[in-house]
Design a binder for this molecule. Structure first.
Ligand code: FES
Ligand code: FES
Length: 166
């Protein structure tokens, strides 16, 4: 199959590659760029484990072809830590509030929460739950996932920590 040249920015780094037009973005990220933090949970757009940030939107990377991401600016979980290597507030929140059990959904959850907090820096519990509705956690860890996002929202806004979800 004829390959296509693609160029994009991933975690602040310019990447250029030859890809088959059928290659999904998730496979390109994991197999060609070795960014295996983004997970594949279903391959059918249901679970959100493959969520990345693309040009200011949360995108399920199993749902688009790599060639459709040409010229895009993408952030994956590997690009979330602060420049000094310390954890992003969301990563810290998931750690502090026990927002994960097996951790399989966590990269997608964090990437989705990242965009949610960009759009709405002070979301209510309801808004958080609605905002992550496209991301499934099979360990049923939603209570603590909500708390983790509330933790990050508080830390990022410098506001006193909100009452945790119960
Ligand atoms: S792997 Fe993409 S939504 Fe499940
Ligand atoms: S922590 Fe296991 S799927 Fe969410």
């Amino acid at each position: 199959m004829a390959k296509a040249q693609v160029k994009m920015t991933v975690n602040g780094r310019e990447v250029e590659a030859l890809v088959e037009p059928r290659i999904l973005l998730i496979h390109f990220l994991r197999e060609q760029l070795n960014l295996t933090g983004t997970h594949i949970g279903c391959d059918t757009t249901h679970c959100g484990a493959c969520t990345v940030d693309l040009d200011g939107k949360s995108v399920k990377s199993c749902t688009m072809f790599t060639v459709q991401a040409a010229a895009a600016n993408i952030t994956t979980i590997e690009g979330m830590a602060n420049a000094d290597g310390s954890l992003h507030a969301l990563q810290e929140g998931f750690r502090m509030e026990h927002g994960l059990q097996c951790g399989f959904c966590t990269p997608g959850m964090i990437m989705r929460a990242h965009r949610l907090l960009q759009e709405n820096p002070n979301p209510s519990e309801q808004e958080i739950r609605f905002g992550i509705a496209g991301n499934l956690c099979r360990c049923t860890g939603y209570q603590n996932i909500v708390k983790a996002i509330q933790y990050a929202a508080g830390k990022m806004s410098g506001a006193p920590r909100k009452e945790a979800a119960e």
